[in-house]
Design a protein around this ligand. Sequence first.
Ligand SMILES: [Zn+2]
Length: 340
Amino acid sequence: MVTSTTAPPARRPGAENLVRPVGALVDTVLGSRGCLFTFHRVAAPDRWETLPNRNFYLDLAFMDRLLGYLKRTGWSIVTIEEAMRRTRRGTAGDRFVNFSVDDCYRDTFEEVIPLFRRHGVPVTLFVTTGIPDGTLPMCWAGLEDTLLNNDRVVVRGETIAVPTSEAKRAAYDRIAAAWDQDTPELRYAEFCADNGVDADAMDRKHAISWDMLEAVRNDPLVEIGGHTVAHRRISSLSAAEAFAEIDGCRKRLQGRLGVAADHFAFPYGRSGDCGPRDFDIVREAGFKSGATTRKGLVRHGQDVFRLPRVTLGGAQRHLALAELHLTGVSGVAARVLGRV
Ligand SMILES: [Zn+2]
C-alpha cells in the first residue's frame, strides 16, 4: 500500500492521468468496463481522524472528489440494475461505476444519500434487515462509540485507559479481534453492562431505521437490495439456513417497503465467505444478481451471481488509487497475491 492512514489527503495531480490510458486501450478489445465499489460508513474529514475504527469509514470529502472525478472523466454512475443491462450489451467504450453501501447505518441516510443526490447520481443500499428491525446488536459501532466518548473502559474486568485517538484505535483493534474469535454479541452485552452502555439506545443511534428507508424507497437515485437478515457468513451455514438468510431479507424488504429488492450482496464476500452453492441459492431466492467483494472489473459475459466488487476503506483517499481499481490493476494484483 502506498497510503498512510495518518496522512492528509494527498495531492498528486497527474498520477491518475498516467494510469487512465491503459484502461482505455484494453477496452477496445474487451468492450464495456464496469467497476462496482462498496463501502460501509462515511465521516467528515475532521471526525474521521478521531474514529477508533476509521478504516471502516470513507472520508466524505474524498467521496465527493471521487464522484466529481468520475463524472469529469466520462464514467457513468449507475444502479446495479443498469450495470447488469450494460454488461449484457457490452458496448466497447462504455464505462460505468456503481457504488453500494453494505449493512446500512444512520449515516447512509444522513450523509451518503444527500451526497449522491447533490451529484445527481444513484447509490445502491444493500440492507441487512436485522439492522432496521433491531434484531442485530450494533456490536462494533457500540464498541467504537464507547471508546470514542470515554477516557477509560472496562473489558472483562480490566480497566483500560484510552485518552488519545491512538490509544482508542489500538484498544478497538485488540478488543474487536478478541470478540471476533468468540461470540461478539455476548462479549458486547457484557461490555455494555460493565460500562453502563444502553445497548438499545446505541442501536438506535447507529442503525438505519425503517422510517429512513421508507423516506427513500421511491427515490430514483436510491436502489435497495438485500444483504441477509443477520449478517451471517453464508458459507458457514447449512443450505436451509443460508436460504433463510438470503430469501428472508428479500421478503422482509419487499413486505416492509414494497420494493423489488432484486439484487443481493454477500456479507464479507471473499472466496471463503461464499461459494458456488451460495451463488445458486441467491438465484433460487429470485434475486437477479449476487455481489461478492472479490476484486475485479465487470466485463461482457460476467456471471452476475458472482459479481466482483472493490471495497473502499478509510485509507483510500487518493484518486490515483481509485484509478488503479477502475483500470483493473488492483484486481490483477489481488489475484497474484492470493488476496481474494
Ligand atoms: Zn456487510
